[in-house]
Design a protein around this ligand. Structure first.
Ligand SMILES: [Zn+2]
Length: 254
């Protein structure tokens, strides 16, 4: 697992699986962890990484309700989980789904975990809105379209955008069940002014990128989505896995 400091108050770790990112953000004595790495050893070492960097994690955020973003409790079992109202709704409406999908992944890849995934009552946050942290405020923005739910987190004093499963350098736009092309395009339009101001953009999957690269990916993703079902895949994202995602997108739109 890679850990990169983007700002004295922002550290990003990237999982060895799916390049899933988790972002530690701090103000004063309080830190939050946004999303989570995937593998048990990564989750086990995350508290030590946070501690060593001087981040006292008191809360968890998940950008959306897909299971691979919900594992923060393994690292910080005491910390409450804050999510968008849309995500809280999805978690309520899909009881056990995240747990089941995590078990299927673990079975497939021979992954052993210390305990089942616990998701006790996520706290819904008003989105769009502000969340106090130390003596600063985080901005949360709606980010739907990949799924039916989601939020992006803007860290104003560090100019870092944590956008969930959008603007990925490794993954094309994915229309999962509950997602929608129109909502996805609306989210990209909403993220655009934040991207323009950003020093760094942290996608849910893949390396941290700068504003120029993020803006280029944003334009490619708009073009791809508008061009569906016949859209060519963005040049840097034409792997076998992305072709499978593309086929699912086409099926979802049909
Ligand atoms: Zn994801």
């Amino acid at each position: 697992m890679r850990a990169v400091g983007l700002h004295p108050d922002v550290v990003v770790v990237t999982s060895r699986f799916w390049q899933t990112t988790a972002t530690l953000v701090r103000s004063g004595d309080e830190a939050f962890c946004v999303d989570s790495p995937v593998l048990p050893d990564e989750l086990e070492i995350l508290p030590a990484i946070a501690e060593q960097a001087g981040f006292h994690v008191v809360g968890l955020f998940a950008t959306h309700a897909d299971w691979d973003h919900l594992l923060g409790r393994y690292a910080f079992p005491e910390a409450p989980l804050g999510v968008a109202e849309s995500t809280a709704l999805r978690l309520r409406n899909e009881p056990g789904r995240a747990q089941r999908l995590m078990r299927e992944f673990d079975d497939e890849h021979y992954v052993e975990r210390p305990s089942p995934l616990a998701l006790p009552g996520a706290q819904p946050l008003p989105v769009p809105g502000h969340v106090a942290i130390g003596d600063q405020q985080l901005e949360v923005h709606p980010a739907e379209g990949h799924t039916a739910d989601g939020m992006a987190v803007w860290i104003p004093w560090a100019r870092v955008l944590v956008c969930g499963d959008y603007l990925s350098p490794v993954e094309i736009p994915m229309l999962s069940p509950g997602g929608s092309r129109d909502a996805y395009l609306a989210t990209l339009a909403r993220l655009e002014p934040l991207v323009e101001q950003a020093a760094h953009v942290v996608p849910g999957h893949g390396a941290v990128i700068d504003a120029t690269r993020a803006a280029a990916i944003l334009r490619e993703d708009v073009r791809y989505l508008q061009g569906l079902p016949d859209a060519p895949l963005p040049v840097a994202r034409r792997t076998g896995a992305q072709k499978r995602i593309h086929a699912e997108n086409v099926a979802a739109l049909a």
